[in-house]
Design a protein around this ligand. Structure first.
Ligand code: NDP
Length: 373
């Protein structure tokens, strides 16, 4: 949403106008939006799995947001969680009946925490029910679905945000500020990796639910990081996929994906992801004056290290982020609730998710994999 000059001035006075939110202020922004004069933004969580648990604990720690509904295929589990978060039984829905949440005024927004291929359907149904949508990454399993999600939210005049939680946490914001502020000089190249050893039986290994292999799930962190670090959109891609382990886990999706990307400035990025090995998340930026590394794309424990030639001599940084899980989820939900309250477009709106879908399509195409149609 574009702000009028008057709206901008009003929000700027509160320190919340778009582009005026300095590092680490996202949380403060939403605290303004969720101040005592305003009721908390009510969320209905769709799909009560692992990430939903982090999210709900984050919401509990937030002053702007509250859990007011649940959608699940497992009623008993949903009732247990409802009791924990003070959600009335009448606000628990099955997947089939969730459209009834249209009448539930306590639900302002939904959080879609389902397997990837279900994101589109549940985002679109939620938008049609008049609810704002915070949807997990990857946004969808195809470019077509991602576009349909944006169109449905636009048509229903509800906000759509993709849950790129790292955009809202301080280490990532500091890395962006340092790199784009030029401390390592002209960036020449960036390397990044993120993966883990997936166990048999997980929906992530079923292409119908996952859309693809580790690229869609964890490689997307490397892809997105290259974009937020450079502030550029990649122009050229070369991708490779391989499956080494023939133990049945990778009958449906590939085990490994590696790719290079070139940005318009000429910066080169080299990334790799796997479902076949523990590969702690990392990126390292190499510039003409030094390097900067962030270790870990996880829920806490992010560490920023750097060595570069400063104006007054060599600089060494070693900064461990001591915030604990679920603080990232507090920051993320505070941002979206702030947007719901003010009508501001989220920093990671649907278009941000769509771009990653398009780039993953390019990577897969280059690797000769048919996906994301
Ligand atoms: P889980 O398997 O832990 O949870 C998914 C939930 O979806 C299930 O518990 C179930 O909830 C519901 N569900 C409905 N249909 C199915 C189905 N056919 N198979 C499996 N589950 C189904 O997944 P995660 O929580 O790990 O991932 C969910 C989404 O969140 C994914 O898109 C993933 O990429 C994303 N994610 C994001 C992370 C982040 O850091 N931002 C980290 C991890 C995941 P119920 O029993 O209530 O019906």
């Amino acid at each position: 949403m574009r702000l009028s000059r008057r709206e901008f001035s009003r929000l700027a006075a509160l320190g919340v106008a778009a582009g005026m939110v300095p590092e680490g202020m996202a949380r403060g922004l939403a605290q303004v939006a969720g101040s005592s004069q305003q009721p908390k933004v009510g969320y209905c969580v769709i799909g009560l799995g692992r990430i939903a648990d982090h999210f709900m604990r984050g919401v509990k720690g937030s002053s702007t947001s509250t859990i007011t509904g649940l959608v699940s295929g497992h009623r008993e589990k949903a009732e247990r969680i409802a009791a924990q978060y003070g959600v009335p039984k009448s606000s628990i829905y099955s997947y089939e009946e969730m459209d009834r949440m249209r009448e539930n005024k306590a639900i302002d927004a939904v959080y879609v925490a389902l397997p990837n291929s279900m994101h589109a359907e549940y985002t679109i149904r939620s938008a049609k029910a008049g609810k704002h949508v915070l949807c997990e990454k990857p946004m969808s399993t195809s470019v077509k679905d991602a576009k349909a999600m944006i169109a449905a939210c636009d048509a229903a005049k509800v906000l759509l945000m993709i849950a790129y939680r790292l955009h809202y946490e301080p280490t990532t914001r500091r890395a962006i500020k340092l790199v784009q502020g030029g401390v390592v000089g002209q960036v020449q190249s960036i390397v990044s990796a993120n993966g883990f050893n997936e166990r048999a039986g997980e929906w992530r290994l079923d292409k119908k639910l996952a859309g693809g292999g580790p690229l869609m799930d964890v490689g997307i962190y490397c892809l997105n990081a290259m974009r937020y670090l450079t502030g550029e959109e990649p122009a050229k891609f070369t991708g490779y996929v391989s499956t080494i382990d023939k133990d049945g886990r990778f009958d449906s999706v590939e085990e490994n994906t590696s790719w290079t990307m070139q940005f318009p400035s000429g910066i080169e990025a080299t990334c790799t992801t796997t479902y076949g090995a523990q590969m702690p998340g990392v990126y390292k930026v190499f510039g003409s004056k030094g390097w900067l590394e962030v270790d870990n794309f996880g829920y806490d424990g992010l560490r920023l290290t750097a060595e570069y030639r400063g104006d007054a001599g060599p600089v060494k940084l070693d900064e461990l982020n001591t915030e604990k899980d679920p603080e990232q989820f507090v920051r993320q939900v505070d941002h979206f609730s702030g947007c719901v309250r003010t009508g501001r477009t989220p920093d990671t709106a649907g278009e941000e998710g769509l771009r990653d879908m398009e780039y993953m399509q390019d990577i897969y195409r280059s690797a000769g994999v048919v996906a994301l149609v």
